[in-house]
Write a protein that binds this ligand. Structure first.
Ligand SMILES: [Zn+2]
Length: 320
């Protein structure tokens, strides 16, 4: 710890963002962004190290005195070991990110799943300030969650807990053809509800001749199909969009309700570009959640939107 300041990194698919964060206020004192030249572990580690040195210099923080640098990464991380088992957005499998970065920076590094970092950031300075039992659910290009239970970040026995996007929402019954997920399995929540998968499905169905206002909204250019285009079609009363959002909203709302019934948090935080960029979908998710959650777990439960936006991850990573 250097003067109550900490350094965090949000390692995304296209860039690494480093920030110096004030531990007592959560304010970002300095930030630096390094786009990935390529996604090889060596190149990314060098970019992260550059971004970290840059913010440390900008905020006059001595890297040696900061104690530990926190790094949030979108992928399955074996928490304490710093090993990234699988980060599809970076195309990584079994990359020892923690030790590579420690060697490059000559300082200890803590690697954590990006949504665990975001949950921690929101719990310290955002939508769940001071609340001990929090479930954060993000629906963006992917789907995931971060869990804080009894005031502690819950990463599971070896760090891969909270993978809400890969809980199964479609049965394996013979004759059914569940959609394949980016993780390699079929029937995952993410395969039905993430921005990437919703857009892919709408493109397939429009290409196969489905009638929907989405086609006009993207002016016939199917590469522009997105969750917000579906939401805009819903707004116009489009039957296709209404049916799709009922299905997607039911899957998300029911799954979140099941998590709440299981874990009994006092707050659920909703975030991510799909949920926050598609208000009609968000409304259905909230309605289904309240219908499906057990009455006992619903008592004193509140559902809030994420407050810290894109900063949650980097703030949480710094403070972990
Ligand atoms: Zn999956």
């Amino acid at each position: 710890m250097a003067g109550g300041r900490a350094i965090g990194v949000d390692l995304g698919a296209t860039n690494a963002r480093a920030a110096v964060v004030d531990r007592s206020t959560g304010a970002i004192v300095a930030a630096s962004k390094e786009p990935h030249v390529d996604r090889s572990p060596q190149a990314v580690v060098e970019g992260v190290a550059r971004a970290v040195r840059e913010v440390a210099r900008a905020a006059a923080v001595d890297l040696g005195a900061v104690g530990c640098v926190g790094v949030g990464v979108a992928g399955q991380c074996l928490g304490a070991t710093g090993l990234v088992m699988n980060a599809p957005n970076l195309g990584w499998r079994d990359v020892p990110l923690g030790s590579l970065l420690e060697r490059s920076l000559s300082t200890p590094v803590r690697v954590v799943n990006d949504l665990s970092a975001a949950a921690w950031g929101e719990q310290r300075f955002g939508a769940a300030r001071g609340i001990d039992d929090v479930v954060l659910v993000f629906v963006g290009s992917g789907v995931g969650s971060g869990l804080i239970l009894g005031g502690r970040l819950h990463e599971g026995a070896w760090g891969v807990g909270g993978e809400l996007g890969h809980v199964k929402v479609r049965p394996l019954r013979p004759g059914t053809r569940p959609r394949r997920c980016g993780c390699g399995m079929t029937g995952c929540l993410e395969a039905y509800t993430s921005g990437v998968n919703v857009a892919a499905r709408v493109r397939e169905e429009l290409a196969a001749g489905a009638a929907s206002a989405v086609r006009e909204l993207v002016q016939g250019d199917l590469s522009r199909v997105s969750a917000s285009a579906v939401d805009a079609a819903f707004e116009q009363g489009d039957g296709y969009a209404r049916e799709l959002w009922e299905e997607v909203g039911e899957l998300l709302g029911t799954t979140i309700a099941n998590v709440v019934t299981l874990l009994n948090p006092t707050r659920v935080i909703l975030g991510g570009g799909v949920l926050l960029g598609a208000p009609h979908l968000e409304a259905i998710v909230r309605r289904v959640l309240s219908q499906q959650v057990s009455a006992s777990a619903a008592k004193q439960l509140s559902v809030e939107r994420a407050h810290l936006g894109d900063d949650a991850g980097v703030i949480g990573a710094a403070l972990l």
